[in-house]
Design a protein around this ligand. Structure first.
Ligand SMILES: *Cc1c(COP(=O)(O)O)cnc(C)c1O
Length: 467
């Protein structure tokens, strides 16, 4: 017992000091190679020594060489400098996947981002007069043209668009919403909570499955500020149902001088049925039906950067713009530049399926997906080797991101099974590759949906499989 403690003390005394390690030529070289500053090197040396000491004291470690110590320090330096951002190949079958950043941008938007990042832009400057301008002006003209709205403003995301709209137009007053439209999006956007946080009072009307015009009409009081309509973008109520259309709500509201706000969520600017896709509400139709304000996301069907667009009547948009919250929620030069490029692509609906990746992926013909799946299957058979069975099968993709709920798109998937490892193990193997490959587990097997994968080789994992 006493000897064991003596041994440990001797081991600890044999360790090099922090200063000795900081002067070690080999460690200094590896710090230079990975670009570690003196501060990070010092922190890594201290951390590595502390860990080694603790393991010696607990009896878990009996000897350590200088190379072991150098290795431990180098690993810590690399860890401190490594990026947490990892590229992910989206083979999940969800075109707009919130957890991996929703819409991928068009080449035009990427170029616009690059320009705005490299240098300055006329973000808040009117070039003709040289006076201070309003940043919304960069995209307002395009939004007006594409939606028919009188005015538009842009904020950080659609949740922010809803928040600032409610706070501006209805703070301290009542907002009427159908019980069938009290939506929750992605866990943290819950309409009743946003209404409360906006300083408004939620007045629920109707029932979950049926709401009638008279429900709205009788709910209006002196204290009613808004009628709010939310697009049920991630669920569908079917069966014995009734909802009041936007036109009718506008009639009910205008008789009492109460504007109707519609949260469209995914908000498509074009009619996507012309590309063979199921219908989604179009912003221009809501504006034409008389909505005072329509809000929608920039990174859902619009296929642009994360943003929230507020489009509607000039008087209402002007009030929203003057809300001090606008300063807290406004979009930056990168977002506005990428949004501008994305909106300009929408000016040509014929070329849109080629220029806008989100639409290209949604409308991708099954025979093209099939060809990608066959090519990927060949590469995967070569790379994965024995133990795996690889098949190309029918499957279904979803649009996701709160768009086209209940509508699945026919696709072809690569299905991968292993003799001994289950689908979850294969899922983790692909996910832990670099770049990460996100497939999904469906009906007890691991599948890769090639709909959103541009190059078949992208779904081949980098490292070997360890069962
Ligand atoms: C997606 C969505 C939101 C939230 O939009 P973000 O851009 O994610 O903030 C709000 N309302 C509806 C109806 C949606 O579909």
């Amino acid at each position: 017992m006493g000897r064991a403690i003596d041994d440990r003390q001797r081991l600890l005394r044999g360790l090099p000091s922090v200063d000795e390690l900081l002067r070690d030529d080999e460690l200094r070289r590896s710090a230079a190679v990975c670009g570690a500053s003196t501060a990070i090197m010092t922190e890594s040396v201290r951390g590595a020594l502390e860990e080694i000491r603790a393991r010696m004291l607990s009896g878990a470690l009996h000897e350590v060489t200088i190379d072991d110590i150098r290795g431990a320090v180098a690993a810590r330096m690399k860890g401190a400098l490594a990026s947490k951002v990892r590229r992910v190949i989206n083979a999940s079958g969800t075109v707009l996947h919130t957890n991996i950043g929703r819409a991928i941008l068009s080449e035009e938007a990427i170029e616009a981002l690059r320009l705005a990042a490299r240098g300055c832009i006329n973000l808040e400057m009117d070039i003709e007069s040289g006076e201070r301008g309003e940043r919304d002006c960069l995209v307002e003209g395009l939004i007006k043209r594409l939606t028919g709205a009188q005015a538009a403003s842009v904020v950080n995301n659609n949740a922010a668009a809803v928040l600032i709209t409610l706070n501006t137009l209805a703070e301290g007053r009542e907002v009427i919403v159908s019980r069938g439209e009290l939506i929750e999006i992605g866990g943290s956007f819950r309409l009743p909570d946003i209404i409360k946080k906006s300083g408004c009072v939620l007045k629920e009307v109707g029932t979950t499955n049926r709401t009638h015009p008279r429900d709205y009409a009788t709910a209006i009081t002196e204290n009613t500020a808004l009628i709010f309509k939310a697009h049920t973008s991630n669920y569908r109520i079917v069966g014995f149902t009734a909802e009041v259309g936007l036109k009718e709500l506008v009639e009910i509201g205008s008789a009492r001088n109460i504007p109707v706000v519609e949260d469209l969520g995914s908000g498509s600017l074009v009619d996507i049925t012309r590309y063979g896709l199921p219908g989604e509400p179009i912003v221009a139709e809501s504006i034409a039906s008389g909505a005072g304000i329509v809000t929608f996301s920039g990174d859902k069907l619009l296929g642009g950067p994360q943003a929230g667009v507020i489009a509607g009547r000039s008087g209402l948009v002007e009030r929203i713009r003057e809300n001090p919250l606008k300063r807290a929620l406004r979009a930056d030069k990168l977002t506005l530049s990428a949004l501008d490029a994305t909106l300009r692509l929408h000016l040509n609906e014929d070329t849109l399926p080629r220029t806008l990746p989100v639409l290209r992926h949604m409308a991708r013909p099954v025979n093209e997906i099939e060809a990608a799946a066959q090519a990927a299957a060949v590469l995967l058979k070569e790379a994965l080797g024995d133990g795996f069975a690889i098949e190309v099968e029918d499957g279904e993709s979803v649009v996701g991101g709160g768009s086209l709920p209940g509508h699945n798109l026919k696709t072809r998937v690569v299905s991968i099974t292993h003799r001994t490892t289950g689908p979850d193990g294969i899922f983790r193997y692909f996910l832990n590759s670099d770049p990460s490959i996100l497939g999904r587990v469906s009906k007890g097997r691991f599948i890769l949906d090639m709909r959103t994968v541009e190059r078949p080789g992208d779904v081949v994992p980098a490292g070997p499989f360890v069962p």
